[in-house]
Design a protein around this ligand. Structure first.
Ligand code: UDP
Length: 313
């Protein structure tokens, strides 16, 4: 049955793809975003969509979107460069913002899904990362504004479920890429793709032996939507990500293959507390949701090529 759904962070990379997926299913979507890191261009194509409305709102201030059936809380700066620049804002959106959106779900007896993160595992000592691992996070380092806000949000979501009976879900999102990934937010895929397309050297931080596991955006959105519909009583976090693990050096080589660029690789200093490895254990998602990613890194980079080309003008 068509629902009315609030998506916060609607002008962001994942938020905007989620709006598209929900609209395609016939739902009515209210997209909220304060545009601090979101981009209006990501939702420009929805301007004439009668089932979509946009609220330019900072969810740190309480607000009432009217009756909704479901809330997806996707709002937060998400790249290391953005949350370093917007440190206090990141703490606020991941605390007051989460509480405010939980209050909306509680008021309207709506379902609620919060976008959490693999950063909850910090620099993990358990590999691959299972949801039962509590993590290894520096609570006062440069990434703490993001990591601790997301960990607080998880506690808030669990509390609204336990104390108020809100029907909540928590997804822990691993590195995701694809069209609409902000071109200038310093993340590894956007940096490498743009550097390669401009014929500039690829910048590897550290020696490139650290690992990440990259999920293509359509796989991720499919996982999130399935989780939101999950009829099982799973309120604990569920990892959604692609378990194919790459060193950053291998990722650079893959970008060179896909773009056909022949540029140098240069080494730059490794940022403080940069996790040495990251790979989701997706057993829970497989079992609960029958979900697993389909798009291989090589194919996903291909699918993203036109977007990155257009973003450099
Ligand atoms: N990285 C890199 N070169 C870049 C950007 C990032 O080597 O131009 C590395 C970064 O140090 C990290 C990994 O790539 O080890 C992923 O970084 P990203 O900022 O995409 O996200 P993170 O997974 O750290 O949140």
């Amino acid at each position: 049955m068509p629902q009315t759904i609030l998506v916060t962070g609607a002008a962001g990379f994942l938020g905007s793809h989620l709006c598209d997926a929900l609209l395609a299913e016939g739902h009515t979507v209210i997209g909220a975003d304060n545009l601090s890191t979101g981009n209006r261009a990501n939702i420009a194509h929805l301007a004439t969509e009668p089932r979509f409305s946009f609220l330019q709102k900072d969810i740190v201030q309480p607000f009432d979107p009217g009756k909704v059936d479901y809330v997806f809380n996707m709002a937060s700066p998400a790249s290391p460069i953005d949350y370093a620049r917007l440190g206090v804002e990141t703490l606020l959106v991941g605390s007051a913002g989460t509480i405010n959106t939980l209050d909306i779900a509680r008021k309207y007896s709506a379902g609620y899904l919060h976008a959490s993160t693999s950063e909850c595992y910090g620099d993990p000592e358990v590999h691959p990362q299972v949801e039962t691992y509590w993590g290894h996070v520096n609570p006062i380092g440069p990434r703490s504004v993001y990591d601790e806000a997301k960990r607080f949000s998880e506690a808030a979501v669990m509390a609204y479920h336990r104390y108020y009976g809100v029907d909540t879900h928590l997804v822990r999102i691993f590195n995701t890429y694809g069209p609409r990934l902000q071109a200038n937010d310093g993340r590894v895929i956007s940096n490498f793709m743009i550097q390669a397309l401009r014929g500039e050297p690829l910048t590897i931080y550290g020696d490139g032996s650290q690992t990440r596991s990259f999920c293509y955006v359509s796989d991720l959105i499919d996982g999130i939507v399935r989780l939101s519909r999950s009829t099982t009583d799973e309120h604990l976090p569920v990892n959604i990500g692609n378990p194919d693990e790459w060193t950053i050096l291998e990722c650079a080589q893959e970008v060179l293959k896909v773009t056909g660029a022949s540029v140098e690789i240069v080494l730059k200093p490794l940022p403080q507390d940069d996790p040495t490895r990251r790979k989701p254990d997706i057993t829970r998602a497989r079992t609960l949701l029958g979900w697993e990613p389909k798009v291989k890194l090589h194919d996903g980079l291909h699918k993203s090529l036109a977007y990155f080309k257009s973003s450099i003008g």
